[in-house]
Design a protein around this ligand. Structure first.
Ligand code: SF4
Ligand code: SF4
Length: 183
């Protein structure tokens, strides 16, 4: 059987750190967009993007909140940029038990960038729209993926058909009825 293909959209935000000036507008608009009700408040602590800033060195690095991880990493990473060593895990995207980054300040619940999913959908995520120096740019591309759910469904149908060929539909239905009465 040839696997059916379907397409899905991969959304990407490209970060050009050389263009980022550390203004933190992305943090403000992200927190405002996700406030309930929408735009009722803005608080960078609630943002799903955080800008690691070192103004004296002109280092500004936006980091997006990724997947929550319930376990701390067994190792740590450290970055050295222009001779300066940054905190352990400074550029990690995960919300994890080791640090307060990417956690909702009141509830402690993890925050994750959702690409500003909304209805109606936006042409571009808010942080991209509001980043005036164009340090953030948005791309969509379509990729082909295996349609597993459909394949499974097909497998079941083919399996039932061959059973029916062998035993007949009535026998299959009688067996299912008998099994469902057991409990
Ligand atoms: S809005 Fe753009 S330039 Fe400003 S901090 Fe965010 S990424 Fe950097
Ligand atoms: S894409 Fe949307 S949710 Fe993600 S960081 Fe930007 S504004 Fe926040």
């Amino acid at each position: 059987m040839t696997a059916k293909k379907k397409t899905k959209i991969i959304k990407t935000i490209k970060v050009d750190v050389d263009l980022c000036n550390g203004c933190r507008t992305c943090e403000l608009i992200c927190s405002a967009f996700h406030a309930v009700p929408r735009y009722s408040s803005n608080n960078p602590e609630r943002s799903r993007i955080r800008v690691i800033r070192d103004p004296l060195r002109g280092v500004f690095i936006p980091v997006y909140a990724g997947q929550y991880t319930p376990a701390e990493c067994t190792g740590r990473d450290k970055y050295i940029i222009d001779g300066k060593e940054y905190d352990e895990c400074a550029f990690c995207r995960a919300s994890c038990p080791s640090r307060g980054l990417f956690k909702e300040p009141d509830s402690g619940l993890p925050l994750k960038c959702d690409m500003c999913e909304s209805d109606p959908s936006l042409a571009e995520p808010m942080c991209v729209q509001w980043c005036l120096p164009d340090a953030l740019t948005y791309e969509e591309r379509e990729v082909e993926v295996e349609d597993e759910a459909e394949n499974e469904q097909e497998d079941v149908e083919i399996g039932l058909e061959s059973l029916a060929d062998k035993y007949g539909w009535q026998k299959i239905l009688d067996t299912v009825a008998r099994m469902s009465k057991k409990d």
